[in-house]
Design a protein around this ligand. Structure first.
Ligand code: GUN
Length: 286
């Protein structure tokens, strides 16, 4: 049976270290890092994420601002709020929750955020820096995923890594991070031929496709490490349930180590967001 990778405990430890750093920034440098989150509309999952972000931001001692705008807010008004936050010296990190309503061009909004305050790491400047090996603000879920993989495997040098999914939020940036860790990286996606055959090559599988329980145990090389980024809500036995992109029951029999859903990668995302906010705050203060 696979070792269960406890992302909840790892994230708790990380938040503890962040709280200590925030404390010393306050007492020794006289400033408090601050994160502003913008939520447009009423998407229920987004509301839960945003509430959790705000709670954990305050718990580590940072300033938190939530800007909740109605779904019909114009793109111009969202851009005006981003500009205001860009110019507010108390705000070190800005996060615009995705998805945005259809009438708003997400890329335009993300590009309006100052790259120095882009704690999601989605701005093209940060994307470009990551892909050219420069220090940057790096997307949170990818960083959290790689931290868990390194915690269980130590060095990732020379490993065969297969990333399933090619989104800008997870697939592409996690592939960049794995490349920087000297993995041989394959990015698989919905058009990949013989996906099970490709996944079977991997020492490390990162599943980020958003398809419930798609990856089966018999797709895995025995002993492989499985990092499951998926969070899918399904109905089972008349009840709502959260499952990953991997079929946990069959994968845990073949994998060497695996992240559960919930309690794996999920808690790492907000912890890494808090880390990015401290990083942005320190860079802003010089
Ligand atoms: N929606 C789902 N995941 C994310 C994320 O990591 N950042 C933002 N801004 N929105 C999201």
């Amino acid at each position: 049976m696979a070792k269960v990778i406890d992302g909840k405990a790892f994230a708790e430890g990380l938040r503890g270290r962040i709280a200590k750093a925030v404390d010393s920034l306050k007492s020794q440098h006289g400033f408090t890092p601050g994160l502003a989150v913008v939520l447009v509309g009423e998407d229920p999952a987004s509301k839960v994420y945003v509430a959790n972000k705000a709670k954990q931001t305050v718990e580590v001692g940072m300033n938190s601002w939530e800007h909740k705008l109605p779904a019909e807010t114009s793109e111009k008004d969202v851009l005006a709020l981003v500009e205001k936050l860009n110019n507010d010296p108390a705000v070190h990190g800005i996060l615009v929750q995705l998805p945005l309503p259809k009438h708003i061009d997400s890329m335009k909004v993300l590009t309006a955020i100052s790259p120095a305050k882009d704690v999601d790491g989605f701005h093209v400047v940060n994307v470009g820096k990551l892909s050219t090996g420069q220090d940057s603000l790096v997307p949170c879920t990818p960083v959290g995923s790689v931290m868990l993989a390194k915690d269980v495997l130590g060095s990732l040098d020379g490993l065969e890594a297969v990333v399933i999914g090619r989104s800008n939020i997870v697939g592409k940036p996690v592939a960049q991070l794995l490349l920087a860790e000297n993995c041989t990286v394959t990015i698989a996606h919905s058009k990949t031929k013989d996906l099970p055959g490709v996944v079977r090559r991997a020492d490390l599988v990162i599943a980020a496709v958003g398809r419930p329980e798609m990856v089966k145990g018999d797709w895995l090389k025995p002993g492989a490490t499985v990092i499951d980024v998926g969070i899918n809500r399904i109905e089972r036995d008349g009840k709502g349930k959260l499952v990953g992109d991997c079929d946990y029951a069959s994968c845990e029999k073949v994998a060497g180590a695996i992240t559960p859903v919930p309690g794996g990668v999920g808690p790492m995302t907000i912890a890494c967001l808090l880390y990015n906010t401290v990083k942005a705050a320190c860079a802003a203060r010089g």
